[in-house]
Design a protein around this ligand. Structure first.
Ligand SMILES: [Zn+2]
Ligand SMILES: [Zn+2]
Ligand SMILES: [Zn+2]
Ligand SMILES: [Zn+2]
Length: 108
């Protein structure tokens, strides 16, 4: 029997193919990598979003190395995501600055 589950591009876990967000890491749109700011489709390895120019690399707070803006650091595996504390928003995102990319509230 084929297994129709797919891998989450952010955390690599197997999840249902119709999942709107990953039940493991909470990232939205777990099969297509998108720019967290403008939702343009991006590819792993890009330095910047081709649409809005957002930098797609972050400095890992755990090891201090530059890593692609995925849910985990490529170098040490530390989690790079934060959930917005604004209850109306709650957007899970890769921390790319000190503000939520969706509602612009300050992240903790
Ligand atoms: Zn995931
Ligand atoms: Zn963008
Ligand atoms: Zn790291
Ligand atoms: Zn928010």
């Amino acid at each position: 029997m084929a297994d129709y589950r797919h891998f989450c591009i952010y955390c690599g876990k197997l999840i249902p193919p119709d999942a709107k967000l990953c039940p493991f890491c909470g990232m939205e749109d777990p099969f297509t990598m998108r720019c967290p700011r403008c939702r343009n489709v991006i590819e792993k390895g890009w330095a910047r979003c081709s649409c809005c120019g957002l930098e797609l690399f972050v400095i890992c707070p755990s090891c201090g190395k530059r890593t692609f803006a995925a849910s985990c650091c490529e170098q040490c595996g530390a989690s790079l995501t934060v959930r917005c504390a604004n209850r109306k928003c709650g957007f899970v995102q890769v921390k790319m600055g000190d503000r939520c990319l969706r509602c612009n509230k300050k992240l903790k």
